[in-house]
Write a protein that binds this ligand. Structure first.
Ligand code: SF4
Length: 386
């Protein structure tokens, strides 16, 4: 079996967006279409046209990630054909990591075997919780049994790696229930875990429910206890938190996402996909129909194409890199500005940041409040540049 190669941010990744889902989760603000019957072949054709009009790297892409949405709404057979289309248009590195996001509510053992045979080798399974009451409350279409069964099939179906997604801190969530989910999930022995704190997104069911007093979010102390419970259990079980919300066993980091956090290029295909290629950034129109029409007419669904200037590149590098345990090289930060240097020194003195070995990263007090620290660094940068 080929070894998955070390992530090199200078080698671009390829992202394929599939914006269809079977239902709408109550916390989700991603612009997906809830449908049982998406226009699978028409969407595949649009992806193929968009890819044919784009330029891939001559050395080959270093990772492929199919995300959504729920890609399997298109069916395992169509996803296999899309991957084949991409291999016919672009070149890829040997042993390339090929990730598929999957919803346990839309997955059979036969699907997994077909997908592995087509070349998918990493599965990111949206488990979210192993408590049926919570799953139903969150608006998920699967049960805990669906998730347990899917996780048990992944390896024998031929996938190299499995990652499980969990969410904590949603309305009514308690530390006791969270610990039970963590213990059950760890007993499955995944290679990788993505553990996201719930965010209240405008336009969602929960946003209205919390605003109208029909649901209540856990307090700050409970959220910290949930984060600590996850960190303690995962660290004790041999996982390394290489990013604020992501932990992996040795050799199992997500190379595609690592590339993005390190500021590497990604070509995004499909509705709502974002791209950063050779200093240019754009996004595709979010609505699937509008995207297909645009590609059928003009070969592209891109809008908002703009050159990322030096300040924008640095800001993106900070926002992504400070999320990583490795941090970012000190040499990336601007020097010669006293005010900026003072802001950084003050965050280091207060242990919100730490600087060592030529790198700057979140410090022990910075990790639990990472978003605020990163925003403070970004604000100091804005004052410096602007
Ligand atoms: S399955 Fe994922 S993308 Fe689809 S509605 Fe739920 S959270 Fe959103």
């Amino acid at each position: 079996m080929d070894e998955i190669r070390e992530c090199q941010p200078e080698i671009p990744g390829l992202y394929v967006s599939v914006p269809f889902c079977r239902g709408k989760c109550r916390y989700c603000a991603i612009p997906t279409r809830a449908t049982a019957l998406p226009p699978a072949e028409r969407y595949r054709d649009a992806l193929r046209r968009e890819a044919a009009a784009a330029r891939g790297p001559s050395s080959g892409f270093g990772s492929i990630y199919f995300g959504g949405g729920t890609p399997l709404t298109l069916s395992a057979a169509v996803l296999g054909r899309i991957l084949e289309d991409m291999r016919g248009i672009f070149s890829f590195e040997d042993g390339v990591e090929v990730t598929l996001e999957a919803n346990p509510g839309v997955l059979s053992r036969g699907d997994l075997e077909r997908l592995a045979a087509a070349g998918f080798n990493r599965l990111s399974l949206g488990v979210q919780s192993l408590d049926d009451e919570e799953l139903s409350f969150l608006g998920r279409i699967h049960t805990s049994d669906d998730a347990l069964q899917a996780a048990s099939w992944v390896r024998s179906a031929g996938f190299r790696q499995v990652s499980l997604d969990l969410i904590y801190g949603f309305p009514g969530h308690t530390i006791g229930r969270w610990r039970r989910t963590l213990d059950r999930v760890l007993s499955l022995g995944p290679d990788h875990l993505s553990i996201y704190a719930f965010t209240l997104e405008p336009g969602t069911y929960f946003h209205a429910a919390v605003r109208e007093g029909r649901a209540r979010l856990p307090g700050e102390r409970d959220l910290l206890a949930m984060d600590e419970a996850a960190r303690e259990r995962l660290t004790a079980a041999g996982y390394d938190y290489y990013e604020i919300s992501n932990a992996a066993r040795a050799g199992a980091v997500c190379l595609h996402n690592l590339r993005i956090w390190r500021g590497g290029d990604v070509l995004g295909l499909g509705a709502a996909a974002h791209s950063l290629v050779s200093g240019w950034r754009w996004r595709n129109v979010a609505d699937a129909n509008a995207y297909m029409k645009s590609v059928e007419g003009a070969g592209s669904g891109a809008v908002g194409i703009h050159r990322v200037d030096g300040e924008g590149t640095l800001l993106e590098r900070l926002l992504g890199g400070l999320r990583l345990d490795e941090g970012i090289p000190l040499s990336v930060l601007p020097n010669g500005d006293e005010q900026f240097a003072e802001s950084i020194q003050s965050l280091v003195a207060d242990e919100f940041l730490e600087a060592a070995g030529g790198m700057i990263r979140l410090g022990s007090r910075g990790r639990p409040v990472a978003d605020s620290v990163i925003l403070e660094v970004a604000a100091a940068l804005g004052a410096q540049t602007g």
